[in-house]
Design a protein around this ligand. Structure first.
Ligand code: XIL
Length: 389
């Protein structure tokens, strides 16, 4: 049994003993005591946060709301000012991903100016809560500052700009970041490198990807360095392209340690049922894998409220994504792209869609939340990770 399961069992036994009336204790052979234990276990499991229910080798993460689309909403910075939000973030999760606060446009808004405050605050908070952090992201085509995109730099200037940025940002958080999304969304759906819209690939060339990994590794040798993308949950042209790239980079001894699927899913499409099989291909090469940005959006009915059927289906998608990760040994990080509809990016980016997270706007649990917790508990007590750990 793994340590987490042992702790849980210990806690259960304690609770059974302390909650039981004197007569129930003396009647320990009575099968009523069995049902008391079962009820207590159920009671405990219904109040356990996700991070406590999870097997010890799996981090359960959330994006930390701030920056990006939040800046256009009529609320102040969620992570800084929503105390209820912060407390749930600390209680439920063992891993945090800055949603926007480490992206270029946010952390490096002018050529000579870095804005570290919000990212520093997240890293500090994570330390106080015993959480790890996933850094996001260093080389991407999107959310780059204007000075960079419109700066008319030569290829060698750009290469130096990226190198300095990586050494500055990765170096600043050296030792505090468990996993970095070094390269984000570098392939198109058909598996071609994004040489049109990605400034680095277009201006400097494909070799910049290996450079980014090398620099990030030099800046923080302990961080696990990832390739991250959407639409790579299944075996398809895009994930095939990643597999080929990983093989090439590894053959060249480039420090690439992980491959992750964002998993922005939608009830419009079927669940990517070959998720585990796909991740297993990377696992077999010795890479870690992760689910990094899970949400499950849906077309909302006219009244804006999901139907019972939609909620059930959404819970199944969340659950299958978790099971896909649990089935692969090196899948050690499972992150939700936000945990409450209050701050989700989905309604802002996908017209008419929403309700994509596991909690309502008032932080009440949806079926998806309960399903995740129960699958985590099962994995902790009896799953392959539980018995291995
Ligand atoms: C999204 C954020 O959630 C928004 O706040 C922001 O306005 C746009 O970006 N893939 C990624 C994430 O890698 O960084 C994106 O996050 C969602 C898609």
């Amino acid at each position: 049994m793994n340590p987490r399961a042992a702790t849980l069992l210990g806690a259960t036994a304690l609770l059974v003993v302390s909650a039981a009336p004197a007569n129930a204790l003396s009647a320990s052979t009575d099968d009523r005591s069995g049902s008391t234990a079962a009820r207590s276990l159920q009671g405990i499991s219904q109040s356990l946060p996700l991070r406590r229910a999870a097997p010890s080798r799996l981090n359960i993460g959330s994006a930390v709301a701030g920056g990006g689309h939040h800046l256009e909403q009529d609320y102040p910075d969620p992570f800084t000012y929503d105390t209820r939000y912060r407390s749930i973030l600390g209680k439920e999760f063992s891993s945090l991903s800055p949603e926007n606060q480490m992206k270029w446009e946010f952390i490096h808004p002018e050529q000579d100016t870095y804005n570290f405050g919000p990212a520093d605050a997240i890293v500090r908070f994570a330390k106080t809560q015993g959480q790890v952090v996933r850094g996001h992201t260093l080389l991407w085509h999107s959310q780059n500052p204007t000075w960079l995109e419109e700066g008319d730099f030569t290829p060698s200037e750009l290469r130096k700009i990226l190198k300095d940025h990586i050494f500055t940002v990765v170096g600043r958080y050296r030792g505090s970041i468990q996993q970095w999304d070094v390269a984000n969304e570098i392939f198109t759906d058909s598996g071609e490198l994004r040489t049109q819209d990605n400034i680095w690939l277009r201006e400097v060339g494909p070799g910049i990807v290996a450079d980014a990994f090398r620099w990030a590794h030099q800046a923080d040798p302990r961080a696990q360095l990832f390739l991250n993308d959407y639409g790579v949950e299944s075996i398809n042209a895009k994930s095939d392209a990643y597999l080929a790239l990983v093989k090439k980079l590894r053959a060249e001894k480039i420090p690439v340690h992980g491959f992750s699927a964002q998993a922005h899913l939608s009830l419009r499409y079927g669940f990517p049922a070959d998720l585990a099989q796909n991740l297993a291909r990377f696992d077999a090469l010795g890479l870690r894998t992760a689910i990094t940005e899970l949400d499950v959006r849906m077309d909302l009915p006219a009244d804006g409220k999901p139907t019972a059927e939609q909620l059930t289906k959404q819970a199944e998608y969340y659950d299958q994504a978790l099971r896909g990760c649990l089935a692969v040994k090196g899948c050690t990080s499972f992150t939700l792209w936000g945990f409450t509809d209050k701050y989700s990016w989905v309604p802002v980016f996908f017209d008419g869609q929403g309700a994509a997270t596991v909690m309502w706007e008032d932080f009440g649990h949806k079926p998806a939340y309960d399903t995740l917790r129960s699958t985590l508990l099962k994995a902790t007590f009896s799953g392959p990770r539980g018995s291995r750990g």
